[in-house]
Design a protein around this ligand. Structure first.
Ligand SMILES: O=C(O)C(=O)C[C@]1(C(=O)O)C=C[C@@H](O)C=C1
Length: 282
């Protein structure tokens, strides 16, 4: 089995692949869309991508790409703790406090916003395609006094020195990753024990109908279906037009979820099931 991930080696996404799947062939991609495309085109069987961070919220590119661009299903999710460290090239260790530029993934920079404001005020930051790509760049440019924000594995892999540990602004920094596949029922082949199940729906409301969202939510509530997330994203067809992405804390069954979907459709909503899948804690 081959699994695509946001590379290069030692991103948080790579760490999630290593914890979830032991001994699979993993293939790094430079961007999240490239990674998702590789699963859609069948170059890899599965792709693992970040979808939500506890401090920074949704990874919109993942949501949008899944909704608008590719016919893939979510076949699993995994939540991992995220620890961000500031690291520099060993040649710049003495002078790191005068660092001129901080590189990282946009979500990682946002997770360390308070630290950067407090300790490195005025220092420019620049987004890279991933935290590990930032670490790799710092390794390849010892002549520049720059730093990366990345994880401990990236420091080892790219032989950088950590100058500040755990610089994320809040302790409970977690990221949720999803595994996507062309096959709705693709097995995950993990040794981990699942920690519950979820079903994700994409719901489009009928336009201009009073109380439509209230009616949608009541279809879940009177059936006692617990929702763990509801998020809106633009349909990209005009201002004010949104999809709702709804996570139900339950696997697809034969009665309750199909009943809720039928009720939503009777209200004039269109509903797409993005997946029904096991959840893991890493
Ligand atoms: O850059 C990485 O290391 C990633 O795996 C991406 C990503 C993200 O997109 O949120 C994953 C986990 C962390 O929240 C920071 C960055």
């Amino acid at each position: 089995m081959k699994i695509g991930y946001l590379g290069p080696v030692a991103t948080f996404t790579d760490l999630a692949v290593r914890h979830l799947f032991k001994g699979v062939e993993s293939v790094p991609y430079v961007t999240i869309p490239e990674c998702i495309d590789s699963a859609a085109d069948g170059y890899v069987d599965l792709a693992l991508v970040p979808i939500e961070n506890a401090l920074e919220g949704s990874v919109n590119i993942t949501l949008d790409y899944l909704i608008h661009e590719v016919p893939l299903f979510i076949v699993g999710e995994a939540t991992a703790p995220i620890q961000q460290h500031l690291m520099v090239h060993p040649e710049n260790l003495e002078n790191w406090q005068n660092t001129e530029l901080i590189l990282s993934h946009s979500h990682a920079l946002a997770q360390c916003h308070k630290f950067l404001h407090r300790e490195l005020k005025g220092v420019r930051s620049e987004r890279m395609t991933s935290t590990a790509a930032a670490a790799q760049y710092v390794r390849e440019h010892p002549e520049q006094n720059i730093a990366a924000i990345a994880n401990g594995l990236a420091a080892l892999e790219y032989e950088l020195t950590i100058v500040r540990e755990n610089i994320h602004d809040y302790d409970h920094n977690h990221t949720r990753f999803i595994v996507v596949s062309r096959n709705e029922k693709a097995p995950l082949e993990t040794e981990l024990k699942e920690n519950g199940f979820k079903t994700t729906l994409v719901v489009t409301l009928p336009s201009d109908r009073t109380g439509a969202l209230h009616q949608v939510l009541s279809a879940f509530s009177w059936r006692n279906l617990n929702l763990s997330k509801i998020e809106s994203r633009p349909t990209k067809t005009g201002l004010g037009n949104y999809f709702f992405i709804i996570d139900i804390e339950m696997a697809m069954d034969e009665v309750l979820i199909p009943g809720a979907i039928a009720e939503l459709e009777a209200l004039g909503c269109s509903v797409k099931v993005l997946g029904s899948y096991p959840s893991y804690k890493l």
